[in-house]
Design a protein around this ligand. Structure first.
Ligand code: ZN
Ligand code: FE
Length: 256
């Protein structure tokens, strides 16, 4: 049985996710932006929470952790590399490590770029990737602590996951990311189709995620830096993908 994923809207535009195995009742939350909506989701799904997996140390991803742990007794799990700036962890994980919470299996993938210690969690049995602020729908995280080359490497690792993987990112940024994507990839029919859908979802107050990796590979310019069409649109024909990626990231930073 494929575990169920609940999208939990938190703060202004953050998402946390609740992953639950129906048979055993085992439940895991990814990121803890805000205690109240997460605890409400936990209550609705049976009141049990076994673990919280943190993607990175930014306040808008950890702020609810203490209150959730106090109420549920959930174990707190995060990157060993950031142990000094995460809330007190019950388990510190490294790149490539396998992590089991009851029947729920995860693989830890280190994705430096947005922050130095950022990790994402791949849950093969849920066919899901909890991508934090590394990979958004139609975008990627800002380079606060890493280089463009590091972030590009991180994204390439995610792009190599099975295409049917559903991406569960840390923020609802799809509509604004989409405006930038269209400006650098105006001929992309898959992108136009996705943007039309995003508009309908947002008008109805619905999340635009999860979204499949397959779809992101066709529409997200930051995953498509190796596509000659994007290089051409940026006037960078023949340049390496990492340079195209760096230019995309620079342009996005000042895009209004
Ligand atoms: Zn962040
Ligand atoms: Fe964030």
């Amino acid at each position: 049985m494929v575990p169920k994923i609940d999208v939990i809207a938190c703060l202004g535009d953050n998402y946390a996710y609740l992953l639950r195995d129906g048979e055993s009742g085992t439940a895991v939350v990814i990121d803890a932006p805000e205690a109240a909506p997460i605890l409400a989701a936990v209550d609705v799904s049976g009141g049990r929470l076994d673990a919280i997996l943190l993607t990175h140390h930014h306040r808008d991803h950890i702020e609810g952790a203490a209150a959730i742990v106090e109420r549920t007794g959930a174990k707190l799990i995060g990157a060993a590399a950031d142990i000094h700036r995460l809330p007190p962890l019950d388990r510190a994980v490294h790149d490539g490590e396998s992590l089991s919470v009851g029947p729920l299996d995860f693989r830890v993938i280190a994705t430096p770029g947005h922050t130095r210690g950022h990790v994402v969690y791949h849950a093969p049995m849920a066919r899901a990737l909890f991508s934090g602020d590394t990979l958004f729908s139609l975008g990627c995280g800002r380079l606060f602590e890493g280089s463009a080359a590091e972030m590009w490497e991180s994204l390439l690792r995610l792009a190599a996951l099975p295409p049917e993987t559903v991406i569960c990112p840390g923020h609802e940024y799809t509509a604004s990311n989409g405006r930038f994507a269209l400006s650098v990839d105006p001929q992309n029919a898959s992108l136009a189709e996705r943007l039309a859908e995003v508009e309908v979802l947002r008008a109805a107050g619905q999340p635009t995620v999860p979204v499949t990796l397959q779809r992101e590979l066709l529409t997200n310019p930051f995953l498509r830096a190796g596509d000659p069409r994007l290089a051409e649109s940026l006037g960078m024909v023949g340049q390496p993908a990492v340079e195209v990626f760096a230019e995309l990231r620079r342009r996005k930073d000042s895009f209004r």
